[in-house]
Design a protein around this ligand. Structure first.
Ligand SMILES: [Zn+2]
Length: 67
């Protein structure tokens, strides 16, 4: 499923659906404050390029996105 990968200021990686990405476009798509889905804390969340991630980081994305 297409979507975007994000990293919170605490280093957690997770995936967003396209719908969530469209919703947040009103707030500023690149960098904004929101609740991290991994630890539930309010963090600065930034979009990351999937091509820049290692296989281990991509595995972390998948693990975090299943929660
Ligand atoms: Zn986090």
């Amino acid at each position: 499923m297409p979507g975007g990968i994000y990293r919170c200021s605490d280093g957690h990686l997770f995936r967003r659906t396209v719908l969530a990405m469209l919703f947040e476009a009103n707030l500023g798509p690149q960098r904004h404050l929101e609740k991290c889905p991994v630890d539930g804390q309010l963090r600065v969340v930034k979009r990351v390029n999937q091509d820049e991630l290692t296989q281990a980081q991509l595995a972390e994305v998948d693990a975090n996105s299943r929660k």
